[in-house]
Design a protein around this ligand. Sequence first.
Ligand SMILES: Cc1cc2nc3c(=O)[nH]c(=O)nc-3n(C[C@H](O)[C@H](O)[C@H](O)COP(=O)(O)O)c2cc1C
Length: 149
Amino acid sequence: MGKSVIVCTSVAHGNTRKIADALAGVLDADIVSPADADLEGAELVGFGSGIYLGKFHADLLDFIDSLPQQNGRRAFVFATSGLPESRLFRYSSRIVDALESKGFEVVAGFSSRGFDTYGPFKLVGGIRKGRPNAEDLASARAFAEHLQD
Ligand SMILES: Cc1cc2nc3c(=O)[nH]c(=O)nc-3n(C[C@H](O)[C@H](O)[C@H](O)COP(=O)(O)O)c2cc1C
């Protein structure tokens, strides 16, 4: 497989960075921030962040908006969040739409729970303590192996 790049924004607890590290280990990918990202020569690009007020991080979304047309370059998305995505909380549709409108072929997505101390959860010491845990990282590695097939 050709070169892979992972563009990651992980600002609250470093939760998404842990997932990015697990993915990068399997894919042999470079992990970069949106500010430093250079997709030149990449065959597969991962885009990941925490979920903040229902959205992927604005730096990541702005970066995607700034890109030229991609001619079907393969992409995947990943996130960590306190609450899982559901019909009520749809996190990924906006970023997937943005990527597709730039001509990426979005091939897969991965999400994990992450330690969350936002808002009311702070009062109870946070939720999902210790996440992502070893099992979450193993799931991330399995996801990355699946991407290689
Ligand atoms: C400002 C803020 C807003 C958040 N909003 C949500 C949210 O809408 N839904 C959710 O499930 N988690 C929310 N969270 C929890 C984060 O998604 C979770 O902690 C995530 O793992 C953070 O990733 P990071 O450590 O890589 O930044 C929020 C956290 C912060 C700090």
